[in-house]
Design a protein around this ligand. Sequence first.
Ligand code: SAH
Length: 498
Amino acid sequence: MIGMVYLVGAGPGDPELITLKGMECIRNADVIVYDRLVNPILLEERKDNCKLIYVGKCPKHHVKPQEEINEILFQEAKAGNNVVRLKGGDPYVFGRGGEEGEYLYSRNIPFEVVPGITSAIGGLAYAGIPITHRSISRSFHVITGHLKNQDEDLDWETLASIDGTMVFLMGVSNLRMISQNLINNGKDPNTPVAIVNWATTSNQKTIEGTLSDIYQIALKENIKSPSLIVIGDVVNFKTSLDFYSKKPLLGKNIVITRGTTQRSDTINKLRKLGANAISMPTIEIKEIKPNNELDEAIKNIDKYTYLVFTSINGVNIFFKRILELGCDLRRLANVKVAAIGSSTAKTIKEYGINVDFMPKEYVGESLVEELKSRVSETDRILIPRAKAGRPFIVAELSKICKVDEVKTYETITSREDNQYIIDSLKELDSYYILFSSPSTFTNFKKIAGQDAEDILKKSKIISIGPVTSKTIQEQGHPIYKQAREYNFDGIVEILLEE
Ligand code: SAH
């Protein structure tokens, strides 16, 4: 059967600016053909085994010819794949989406278009510039600045006479010519102009000037592509309408390596603070199923005096199973509950149970010390946790009373088809990289392979706590900073201090 092609607009950069429909397409795709301006974090939503085809600029600055891209779409769909052609902004705004659609039509391949927020409008909004404003700008015009024959391509006389807002795309390299032509054809040299580089991303930068001086300012500020050139009085609204440049982590590239469960929370929080959150998944959680030991422990839950949780995953798997087995939660009435870390405690609370105690420091040593002062030989402790949990806790506590360790999950290495993330890191000058457990670090090295050393050399490593730091240091990498509170909020605190 022939597959379907979706020409999907990914929005201007902020990954949350994609449409629901666009996201659904990504989740269902067998093949995703994507461009340079697409935020790579969107690709993480792809299903397993989805093939990724990059058709943007290669390291040697060469773009795949459109004919080749058309052919890829055709061949992949012909082979029966559900294909997503993912483009920055809107597919039909200087995105050559129309050409691709026509080609598919001529080859009898069915396709649909999912519009996106174009940078020409959405990008300006993030810079505090409304594309129209009552009585100031009654129309807007989106114009290509990518001109082959520099003087003749556009009707400069008509353009110069327009009162509405003008937005040039792909225009930075022709900025001088654009402003000169407008002035020469009668546009007021004092017309306000702004240039927005990497709009709606953490690296967004805006400069302002007038038609007569914007070129010099852009040179001085070293403004490059991708940028929007906005010409018109609406630029003056920036002072009151700019909300985005106030975010505290703006411009900071932060690589997140943690596992599936907490990854999207972490990314969202950092992104809301303005960071460029780069997701490099290293671990996945795999529940151990079926799990007779766990079922047995739950059946006898009231025989325990202590229930100890060392991670959020441990909590979720345990309570999910309790509910599945129809176990009455009142049977936990006489069981004291301990948790390592405030996030673990918070998760327990979500199941309606308050934690009896939390060790001062979020590590096993502190937990053992605290428990030692509370338990005696008649106690019985249940610890549902990761298969590869450190033996230390169980070994120490077993010296005092009976301890049942039940392994409920394994952490496994994430899928390794993540070269596109490694490539995007290579393009950055510096970044922070967060490690939240020893396995995030070891798996990171495994996934990054021969690029690992280079990536780590360029990065500032932030570790969640002493156990993780030790693993990293033992492998010869310096810790830039370690969280004071050994959890994610502790890491954010460090980043906000930077
Ligand atoms: N289809 C896209 C435009 C593709 S043409 C859209 O609707 O937005 C590529 C040009 O778009 C770039 O040269 C730049 O001028 C502009 N552009 C796209 N994303 C941008 C961004 N995040 N910041 C600034 N300009 C951007």
